[in-house]
Structure formats: structure tokens, C-alpha cells
Design a protein around this ligand. Structure first.
Ligand code: BTN
Length: 249
């Protein structure tokens, strides 16, 4: 599948050399009528955005793209499904590209790590367009370089002995995403959580979570039915965590 000739037909790729942020370019295209499935990728971003208002330094050589997805219907409990679907597809992509030599790890909710260093990140922004709830899903993959001054440890695919082009990663990702979306449609969120957990820390791993200025420590205990992180404190009490930065202890 990594050598799939093209991106599945449900997606439409628009490529730029330089943009401010693909998150902005995609939203502008939506105003001009772009449909669900539109992908915007750029070789370089001047103002790449990360989660929690951080910057995503975006020099040439890495992969940067955003794509438009329909949001899940709020009446159902699957509003967070796209976070997990995208993360699973990204982990699967890296595993396939490395010919399964590398097992990427997913850190809740959607960071992709190799040997405990971040190699890819996902930023999801929701917005409404003419009464339609949409998601702008941005993905950055470090292919040739990574930030060296980030608050977390980072790596890139070349550094992990995976020599691959942006084009192949992009094509592989959308093929994996298409399959993961089909799995979600046919088997539901439980199967997506099962796949996500197969790429995550083992239950019982000691982790910490930073929530604003607060730090909580405990043992990873999987996900609840909405995708919240479950953490067991030293006292034995189980906490449900809705947002935060997870780190290994
Ligand atoms: C994170 O902080 O982990 C999320 C990083 C997301 C970066 C990608 S790069 C393509 C898209 N455009 C942006 O400005 N950000 C996302």
C-alpha cells in the first residue's frame, strides 16, 4: 500500500510552495467552495501552528498538510473519533513506510513518537460553514529535520533511518486514512480505540499529565468510551482526563 500509485479519489490535493499555514489556506478554500476531502499541502509554512497555541516550525523538507473532514454528529458519542482515526492512520503510515521495522507510539491524544521523541503532530480545529460542522485537520510530519529547542524531545524520519519523500508519506497517509475511516464506518469507535491502544503505551505504564499549571501522576489505564484518558492515581482512584499534555515518567 505504501507504493499505492495515488491518493484515493475521495480526496483532492491542492499543493502550494509556501503558505502562512495550511490551516488558514484550507479555510480560505472552504469559503470559495472547497468540499470535504480537500487537502492542502505546502513545502514550507511561515506561521505553522501547533497545539496549545505553540508554533510549528516548518522549514522545507518536512510534510505539512491540512484536510477537510465532516465533523461527527454531536448527537452521537463519537465527536472525538476523528482525533483517534487520524492518529491511527498516521501511526500505521509510519509503520508501513519503515516496512514494520519501526513501531511508532501514540501518545494521548494524537502525538506520534518514535523512541519517545515526537515525529509527527496533529492539530484539529472545528468550524461551521453555512450550518455545516466541519473539521480542519492539520498534520505535520518531520521527515528531514525536527525542532531542537522544543519543550519535548523530537526526531525525524531520516534520523530514524527511514529515507522517504514527502509525496510517499502523503500518499501512504491518505490510503491508510481511507482504510481507517472504512473500519470506523463498519466496526465503530471501539475498533478504532482498539487500534489506537495497540500503538499506545501499555496499560499500567507510569505517566504524568500536565493540565495547565497542574501536574498529575499515575498509571495509564486506557481510554473511556469517549476517548478520555484514564489514569489511576497512587491512591487507586481512577481519573478521567479530557485535555492535557502527557509525558512518560
Ligand atoms: C502539534 O502541536 O502536535 C500539532 C502540530 C500540527 C502541525 C501541522 S503542519 C500542517 C498544519 N498547518 C499548521 O499550521 N499546523 C498543522
Amino acid at each position: 500500500m505504501i507504493y499505492a500509485k495515488k491518493i484515493p479519489d475521495v480526496y483532492k490535493l491542492i499543493e502550494y510552495d509556501i503558505v502562512d499555514s495550511t490551516m488558514i489556506s484550507l479555510k480560505e478554500l472552504v469559503k470559495e467552495g472547497a468540499k470535504v476531502g480537500t487537502i492542502v499541502s505546502a513545502k514550507k509554512q511561515y506561521n505553522g501552528r501547533g497545539r496549545h497555541g505553540r508554533k510549528w516550525i516548518s522549514p522545507e523538507g518536512n510534510l505539512y498538510f491540512s484536510f477537510l473532514r465532516q465533523a461527527e454528529n454531536k448527537k452521537f458519542k463519537n465527536v472525538f473519533a476523528p482525533v483517534f482515526i487520524t492518529a491511527v492512520a498516521l501511526a500505521e503510515t509510519i509503520s508501513l513506510i519503515s516496512k514494520k521495522k519501526i513501531l511508532p507510539i501514540l501518545k494521548w491524544p494524537n502525538d506520534v513518537l518514535i523512541n519517545n521523541s515526537k515525529v509527527a503532530g496533529i492539530l484539529i480545529e472545528s468550524f461551521n460553514n453555512n450550518g455545516n460542522d466541519l473539521l480542519n485537520i492539520g498534520v505535520g510530519v518531520n521527515i528531514k529535520s525536527n525542532p531542537t529547542n522544543a519543550i519535548y524531545s523530537a526526531t525525524n524520519l531520516y534520523n530514524e533511518n527511514i529515507e522517504v519523500s514527502r509525496e510517499v508519506v502523503l500518499k501512504s497517509f491518505f490510503n491508510c486514512l481511507y482504510i481507517t475511516e472504512q473500519i470506523f464506518l463498519s466496526k465503530g469507535i471501539k475498533e478504532i480505540f482498539r487500534l489506537w491502544l495497540s500503538y499506545s503505551y501499555k496499560v499500567g505504564t507510569k505517566i504524568g499529565v500536565k493540565i495547565g499549571e497542574k501536574r498529575i501522576e499515575g498509571y495509564f489505564n486506557g481510554l473511556d468510551s469517549n476517548g478520555s484518558l484514564l489514569l489511576i492515581e497512587e491512591s487507586g482512584e481512577e481519573l478521567k482526563i479530557f485535555a492535557g499534555d502527557v509525558f512518560l515518567l
